[in-house]
Unconditional design. Structure first.
Length: 455
């Protein structure tokens, strides 16, 4: 399919490098571009040169030399000059997600999850359910493992794919047999320019579905619910808020299934380890996706009982002096932080701030006075958050200049019975390479404060 084709890979982070490796193995003539310089990417540049790839670092590559295809990494906006020039010249542009779908073995089935919040938790749980069912399964995509790396190792099996809007916006033939959409709220508007553009990117997860495929949708989210109107798939709804005539829902303090003529109770809510209403949405979505793919109820039930969550999502770090420390560094938008706040009944000392992703902080600000006893702010967006909460008369605000100061201050402000919650409502990029680095440092600093060590 790609042998002898001239292919330019744009963006040389993990996904881009995985794409290069997969295409080189298949005999493509490769070119690589990144806005960073060779000084900033010395290891990548050396590896690409050894592979015989012509590289363009910090300088736009010429596209008039017969380039057949552009493969764009998820972090690369489609409005940059090289991509726009490719469109003008009629050169096909795809992302790493699309490339992996084209390269995978026919014996590999993909089940994909998207949504504004909850994708990683749902994907990890889905992977666990598939493995518990005895299947050769793995998780990849936005969850951290590039799909192009995984498909090189898997001849047959199942991949639980975490699909972000960045990955989905450049798909063309991508068609997961089972797709789930958790929620859609304003996010990444700095990238997608409008809410409609963001929704359209999410819709791509099922645009190639037929009646043989399954689409799992959150009935409680109006935008998501209405996507069923344009779907060719078999649609299964899930709901935390109401009983459904058909679908997965909560009733009598248990997870209920009413689908395909079957009606049963899977397990009671006290048996579930995850905290918060939003995690019930994640659980219902993963369970419905697995059910649609023929996983046994016993495997679903066992996984739901044993799943303890993933790192940086309402992760319990420690309890010290009756103060609970929670790492929710993955709370990178206001809606995610709102869900974190709603997961606790105890007084909260909240650490928030970072780089805004273009959404409004108004709804978050309205929740803070009733949930947050002290608010510690830092980062580029701290003035936006501060302004939003002060308009409501809230004054328990503390501003700091760096992250360690925020953690130390939060610890001093907290009293026995409180929760110290890192849930920034912002991206990490003004201070950290990723939300993982931010969460890791939080755990490390908390460990130092309570004289414990956390990996």
């Amino acid at each position: 399919m790609f042998k002898g084709k001239k292919i330019l890979v744009v963006g040389l982070a993990r996904s881009g490098m995985a794409a290069v490796k997969a295409l080189h193995k298949r005999g493509a003539v490769l070119f690589a571009y990144d806005a960073k310089t060779e000084k900033e990417l010395p290891a990548e540049a050396a590896w690409l040169k050894d592979l015989g790839v012509k590289i363009f670092l910090g300088t736009y590559p010429p596209l008039h030399q017969g380039i057949d295809l552009l493969v764009v990494s998820p972090g690369v906006p489609l409005d940059i000059d090289p991509v726009q020039e490719a469109y003008r010249r009629g050169i096909r542009v795809i992302g790493e997600l699309e490339l992996a779908f084209l390269l995978k073995s026919p014996q590999v089935e993909m089940l994909a999850v998207t949504g504004t919040n909850g994708k990683t938790t749902t994907t990890a749980l889905l992977e666990m359910i598939l493995k518990t069912d005895g299947r050769n399964a793995a998780a990849a995509g936005n969850i951290g493992v590039p799909l192009c790396s995984l498909i090189e190792e898997m001849e047959s099996g199942y991949i639980a794919v975490e699909a972000s809007s960045f990955q989905l916006e450049s798909t063309q033939s991508f068609n997961p047999h089972v797709a789930g959409i958790l929620n859609i709220t304003p996010d990444h508007l700095d990238r997608h320019k409008s809410m409609q553009g963001y929704i359209q990117a999410k819709r791509n997860i099922f645009k190639n579905h037929t009646a043989a495929d399954y689409l799992i949708l959150n009935y409680d989210d109006e935008i998501v619910r209405n996507l069923a109107l344009s779907a060719n798939s078999q649609v299964i709804f899930f709901s935390v808020e109401q009983e459904l005539a058909e679908g997965f829902y909560i009733a009598e303090q248990s997870i209920q299934v009413n689908w395909g003529g079957e009606h049963c109770s899977l397990l009671s809510l006290p048996e579930i380890r995850l905290r918060g209403k939003h995690n019930l949405e994640n659980i219902l979505c993963a369970a419905a996706m697995a059910w649609a793919d023929g996983v046994s109820p016993a495997s679903i039930i066992s996984s739901l009982r044993n799943f303890g969550g993933v790192r940086h999502r309402l992760e319990e770090v420690t309890i010290h002096n009756n103060i609970l420390y929670i790492n929710d560094s993955k709370g990178t938008n206001p809606e995610s932080t709102m869900k974190a706040l709603q997961a606790f009944d105890d007084p909260i000392v909240l650490i928030a701030g970072g780089r805004s992703k273009g959404g409004s902080f108004t709804a978050l600000a309205e929740l803070i006075p009733g949930k947050v006893k002290e608010l510690v702010l830092l980062g580029e967006a701290r003035e936006q958050i501060k302004s939003a909460v002060m308009e409501l008369g809230y004054r328990n605000i503390h501003e700091v200049e760096d992250f360690p100061a925020a953690v130390y201050l939060a610890q001093r402000l907290a009293e026995p019975g409180d929760v110290v919650l890192l849930s920034p409502a912002c991206a990490s990029w003004d201070m950290f390479p990723s939300y993982e680095h931010r969460g890791d440092l939080f755990c490390e600093l908390v460990g130092q404060l309570v004289n414990e060590t956390f990996a």
